[in-house]
Design a protein around this ligand. Sequence first.
Ligand code: AMX
Length: 436
Amino acid sequence: MILRDKLAAQLPEWRERVRNLVKDSGDVVVDEITIGQIYGGMRNIKSLVTDISYVDPNEGIRFRGFSIPELLERLPKPVGAEMPLVGGLYYLLLVGEVPTLEQAQAVEAEWQERNKVPDYVFAILRAMPADTHPMTMFSAAVLSLQRESIFAKAYAKGIPKDRHWEPMLEDSLSLTAKLPEIAAFIYRMKYKGGDVIASNRTLDWGANFGHMMGIENPEYADLSRLYFLLHSDHESGNVSAHATHLVGSALSDIYYAASAGLNGLAGPLHGLANQECLGWLLNVYKKYNGVPKKEDLQAYAQETLSNGQVIPGYGHAVLRKTDPRFTAQLNFGLKHFPDGDIFQLAALVYEVVPGVLLAQGKAKDPWPNVDAISGSLQYHYGVTEFDFYTVMFGISRLLGVSANTVWARALGQPIERPKSLTTAMLEEAAQKVMVR
Ligand code: AMX
């Protein structure tokens, strides 16, 4: 298998590099930690490592060193398509090189071979109460697949540590292969009266999702490929990535770890913001009977803040400029449907809300993040059920976190166990500094 061979070829050098770094420079101080950071959600404490993506506060995400515009340019695309094959992105995340079309297609072929979802997953989903949130369904479906884990079986048989990554890669491919069908099943079951659409094995992973959603439009296939590329990874400290990494560090298999990551993604300050964001836009639209005047939008945003609520889709824990993932989606909308009502509203919010947040002076980043616009694009193509949006984020995010988990096992990263202190200990530490 191409991915296994490519990874196996890199591993000796990587392991040597990490071993030497830790052996020769293990005591080098990289960062200091303040009481403010300990009580402040560990913000900006440099204590994780990944080579798969990096978020620069001013520039935004780079995957394996490539910016989003560079990736949209360089990753191979299916014939006639505007956006790259998601299989090529997964190759890049795992291997670290831009694939050829053939290499990207090899990953797509791996996915096609592994994409049969066992019937028990559908039975579990059908048995859940109809008002269950789609993220709960998605996470439960992923967790239910745990019995398929090759890693768990290999571990029980005593596979040596330096080979843990191999069954982890197998599991990651088998899980990611099934995500579009599981998600589309949830969508069709919940919102389309159970009229489920079978997978089309001739389509690529991104396009097949659009097909199973019931949207037979090449533009939506491109939007799906774009969406799955943009949301896949955002270095290691965000809640979904960190939760997956933490659970995986206990040598829980990818099904356990991914389900944990999805549960974190379901929080309104993280992935659920895309659902909240569209809800916010629709409330504005309803209140003003269409796209409002700038002054009205400004008043509405101020009212949201006065009510003690956040404006979803704006702000970020790391970023300090407009998220390039926002810009890529804005450009897609401007190209394909600049006159769409909800899209125009999202674009107007971009003109107005940063100023409102700046004037309030609390948010360190007043600019839009990835969630500020994604819903308005989905809405345009008929995916109006916005509580489903985070599931799409989840499909994509599991690409990044599974690639990271494979590498964490390949480099033998240990179980995570930071140390906690008591408030009294921190007060004592503060006291000592004050006395000096
Ligand atoms: N609207 C209103 N207030 C905001 C705000 C927003 N969009 N963004 C930040 N603030 C407030 C914070 O709530 C905080 O207020 P507090 O001092 O009363 O607690 C203050 O500004 C300082 O926060 P910060 O340091 O700038 O942000 P953070 O790192 O603590 O949090 C984030 C980052 C994303 C949770 C925050 O900006 C937010 O809540 N945004 C809206 C929700 C959202 O879009 N989430 C999606 C993020 C991307 C993702 O994960 N998908």
